[in-house]
Ligand binder design. Structure first.
Ligand SMILES: NC(=O)c1ccc[n+]([C@@H]2O[C@H](COP(=O)([O-])OP(=O)(O)OC[C@H]3O[C@@H](n4cnc5c(N)ncnc54)[C@H](O)[C@@H]3O)[C@@H](O)[C@H]2O)c1
Length: 350
């Protein structure tokens, strides 16, 4: 079932394949923007693009306006026509920034994503959010510009480092927590610290794609329930920024999920005893990161797009999880974040 059956009118066709399938490259002329780490593998699997190629060294620090301008200038120099298709082959950093460039070039040019990391396969490639960071402020500039096609190939995941695979596993956990599915959470928890069998992830990947498309389809522009997908991300983005992007997105999401569970307990929305989250604490401790203190992370909350327009203080529309039930959106003040953050931080130190 490689072409997924998605809600009618969904703007992107999504294919899931085990191996790279050349037939899914564009019928039109195309140009590739790829992550240099996958270049040699790509060249053994697929033909060279007719219109040109640009291979970039990718990191969160390079998710910048400068890299977007670089893409635009390369396309302009070769007079890339509006009918051409950009094929983005890379992880979430690359697809976020290339997506932004495609939405700007000639006021919008079609694009496809071949996501090469687990984070990109289960999350970043789906839903059409494009962005770059402005300095340390995460995802401050962006557009909603869905790709025409996403081709998810299991094969790409084989060259990922264990850390990058775990990055993606935190995003899958986010989705299971959002859905409140105890069985799925338990199965993911069992696999979290084990060497990952790539093929065992296929079902999780498809499940995340279906879950995300069903939410995004009804709320492309993030005005309602799409905000549920930000579960754990207000804190995660502030941690990434406060650590100067030394802590990767997925692991920061892990911290953010723990804070979200703790906030649910503190606000009496749902009980998350420490025993339920102990495994995540052990996993995050094992990375030996220097987690930012609350005072270091808190200033970055001011940049968060979920901040409500209130006078005095800061309030956020925050997704909070519930045991055995779907997460809900709750208006939360900084004090709740503070208490939960400090609690998670201290559990990680012991
Ligand atoms: N647009 C969205 O809806 C959305 C959703 C979730 C995350 N994101 C964004 O995604 C980014 C994180 O994505 P990511 O974790 O994919 O990071 P990434 O793109 O930086 O990739 C992680 C690392 O893996 C390398 N890499 C990529 N593919 C590889 C492969 N097949 N084999 C070996 N190495 C490979 C990259 O060069 C990089 O070093 C963050 O910036 C986050 O904000 C966006």
């Amino acid at each position: 079932m490689p072409l997924l059956s998605l809600p009618s009118g969904f703007p992107t066709e999504i294919w899931t394949e085990v191996k790279v399938k050349k037939e899914l490259l564009p019928e039109e002329s195309w140009f590739i923007v790829g992550d240099s780490k996958v270049r040699s593998s790509w060249e053994t699997w697929a033909p060279l693009p007719p219109l040109g190629e640009l291979w970039l060294d990718v990191s969160e620090q390079k998710k910048s306006v400068a890299e977007v301008v670089r893409c635009l200038e390369v396309w302009s120099q070769i007079q890339l026509p509006k009918q051409a298709v950009i094929v983005c082959v890379g992880g979430g950093v690359l697809s976020d920034l290339v997506g932004l460039a495609t939405s700007l070039y000639l006021r919008g040019i079609h694009w496809h994503i071949w996501p090469t990391t687990l984070v990109a396969q289960v999350d970043a490639s789906i839903g059409g959010k494009t962005s770059v960071n402005l300095g340390d402020a995460k995802n401050q500039m962006g557009t909603y510009y869905p790709p025409k096609r996403v081709v998810v190939c299991n094969e790409f995941l084989k060259t990922l480092t264990p850390l990058d695979l775990q990055n993606g596993q935190w995003e899958i956990l986010k989705m299971a927590l959002l859905e409140g599915d105890r069985g799925w959470l338990a199965s993911l928890n069992d696999r979290l610290s084990q060497p990952t069998v790539i093929s065992s992830l296929s079902a999780d990947v498809e499940r995340c794609i279906f879950a995300k498309t069903s939410i995004v389809h009804k709320d492309l522009r993030d005005e309602g329930n799409r905000r549920l997908l930000n579960l754990g991300h207000t804190v995660a983005h502030s941690i990434e920024a406060a650590s100067r992007f030394q802590i990767p997105h997925g692991q920061a999401v892990g911290f953010g999920l723990l804070v979200a569970c703790s906030m649910s307990s503190l606000l009496a929305i749902s009980e998350f005893p420490h025993s339920l989250t102990e495994k995540w604490i052990r996993e995050l401790r094992a990375y030996s990161y220097s987690w930012p203190l609350w005072d270091e992370s808190a200033p970055f909350f001011a940049w968060d797009k979920k901040k409500e327009n209130t006078t005095g203080g800061q309030t956020f529309t925050e997704p909070l999880p519930r045991t055995g039930e779907r997460a809900i959106l709750v208006s939360c003040g900084m004090e709740s974040f503070h208490r939960a953050y400090v609690e998670v931080y201290s559990r990680l130190q012991t």
